[in-house]
Design a binder for this molecule. Sequence first.
Ligand code: GLA
Length: 395
Amino acid sequence: MKKYFFVLMVFVLVMSLGGCKQDDKQGSDMTTEVTTETSTEEASSEEEKLVEVYLKDVYGSHNIKVGTCLSPQMVDDPELSKLITEQFNSVTMENAMKPDYIFNKEKSIEAGDLVVEFNSDAIKMLDFAKANNLAVRGHTLVWYSQTPDWIFYEDFDTSKDFVSRDVMLARMESFIRQVFEKLDEMGYLDLFYAYDVVNEAWMEDGSMRSNNWSTIIGEDYLWYSFYFANKYAPESVDLYYNDYNEQFKAGALVRFVETLVDEDGNYLIDGIGLQAHLYTFDNVFSYFKAVDKLAGTGLKIEVTELDVSLGSWQNTLDATDENLKAQGKFYYDLIKGFIDRVDAGTINMDAITFWGFEDSLSWRSEASPLLFDKDSNPKYAYYGAAQVKELSGYE
Ligand code: GLA
């Protein structure tokens, strides 16, 4: 059974008010410091203050939305969906709006053009967002991965040849137009404030990733992606380039976004999405050097898929108290770095999205990268992300 963290926090606070000693357990550690020296009166206001820590309030006070990725499973589970609506005010479909999920092959063959059709999972999640006032980040249009092969072939038949550049450009324009038209027709477009137009097009060595889009259209497939998105998306939807290992690609990304301009020199892009799939062994200071470089383009910056795995890419660490504390401190420092920059006006950032919230539902569950444990109890990571320093693992 999942326990909701609200209940746990009250319980833990009461325990520590009774003079409970710090022990190895995360729960006791989390509250001892803040409560041991408070009088009963002070303690009850402390209790209220802590109980009221919700991510969307903390981030909202800096005009930053806070989001999570969303799966159909989360919407179907009353406890998970309650946690989502209490903590977050933005969602990104984890899969349902990726190219693999938005085309109807039979209808495309019949029409001789790509036909976009959102599936029932996408509709269910969009309805959930609408009913709960959750803003939506669209993810994603043009990507090398999770994209059906058949969209690149003559007659949508993979036994035939690739289509020509002109046909592929026409298909690209058509499907991008349909995405925005259909969302509008179905009454969901107003929910969207950002859309990842292109995902993961650059390599760490600064070269462009070669894929079916670049092979058929050429390197300017990237320019056309933004050109078409700009043509069909409403002004209210910011258009993003989104990538991982962004801290190693900053130079290439700065050069790239400078090419995404129209004939008058105006940007066709609004922002750069930092996936921020990070590790506790990463260096927050170095990370922000890259962030500042990207912010120097004048574009918006959003954190789009944040998770912080224990250890490093090569070496996942166990979820010991020590490692979880290191993770809590990492989240604290990272989020503080962003908030400080937003407050100082050196970065134009309106949203931070976590790639989930509960470890067992994460794509990297073995590395315990998220804010809540498998029972939906908050980890040090949660308090770090919520900027409650004394509960985040800092002594
Ligand atoms: C990338 C993609 C996401 C997701 C993650 C893994 O970061 O942008 O959509 O697929 O990989 O879950």
